[in-house]
Design a protein around this ligand. Sequence first.
Ligand SMILES: Cc1ncc(COP(=O)(O)O)c(C=O)c1O
Length: 388
Amino acid sequence: MHAESESMETLAVHGGERRPGPDGSVVYPIYQGTVYSIEPGTGYHDLPYIRLSSTPSQRYLHDKLAALEGAAAAVATASGMAAVTTTLLSVLRAGDHLLASDCLYGGTHDFLTRHAEGLGWRYSFVDVHRPETWTAARTPQTRLFLVETITNPLMRVGLLREIAGFARREGLLSVIDNTFASPVNFRPLRAGFDLCLHSATKYLGGHSDLVAGAVMGSDELIGRVRTALNLYGGSLDPHTGFLLARGIKTLALRVRAQNDNAAALAGFLAGHPQVAAVNYPGLTSHPDHEHAAELLSGFGGMLSLRLRGGEQAAKALLDALRLPSVAPSLGGVETLITRPATSSHAGLSAEDRDRLGITADLIRISCGIEAAQDIIADFDQALAKTQP
Ligand SMILES: Cc1ncc(COP(=O)(O)O)c(C=O)c1O
């Protein structure tokens, strides 16, 4: 049952909930059983079995995930990477070609560069700001266009409506990884994308204590993803699914606080004499600010920066900060900080990193829900210590 409200606050709490729940429970319980009694003649993919993502707790979570993105259907996966790989494996065949953003999450980028050839797929990395590169790269075998809402770590926002429109006109399936924005800041299916996916490890879970993924879309497409997932084996365990559903209930509150904190911190850093650059789509100086303001309902909780003192200063800042943990993930209630060249993008060649602007001195911040003045005060004291 999907909540009727369109407000993310209400959807996050009530979307997909059973009213009344089993035995009147207000909170949907964890059905940890592996298997359930069946009627004779039940088809394989409908057997209630955890790997087939068809048990009561899993079906409840799927309804909640679908409600969040305004989708007809959803399926949860064992990680964000399981969502990415299973989605691609469910729709691409040997001989197919795909267009992919040239600024994808490192794991997705590595999956394509290391595994696509073995699967018989060809791919072209394209610039999500330059439609002429999409047209030039499209071939008669192209089936799919894969992008991300806000890219890591420069927080670029591509021409997303144009990409969805191009894919529709060309008969391609459009797939978007909406992890960085979360449905609070962007609803891709409304903007015309066919499939939306998440690393639910990040904002959806929100507490840095679970690994999960999700794919949302039409009944037909999610049916295909689920059938592939059943065979590749990346279903989500009900226990983790319970934690994910619990996290989702506070999604809107958390993400709005994270949007506000990132905006406040970006503003402070942009005015600081030791800071050379701040990448945050909410700043008017950001190259995508104008169209991001039209597309997004919030600019997100992620930002990145470079210091005038270069790599040494970046290392010293990380040492001097007291509030954030130095850790590579994102989307949790606690502020995290990392240098992408040594973490998320360490797998790329130095040449590729330079081409993408992921310099050794770049620092990425995932804002938590702490008080903005405390985060800013901590950066203020740490920058004072790292003054050349
Ligand atoms: C945008 C994006 N997509 C997918 C993933 C993969 O998610 P997971 O670590 O849950 O497999 C990540 C992880 O950082 C990510 O940032």
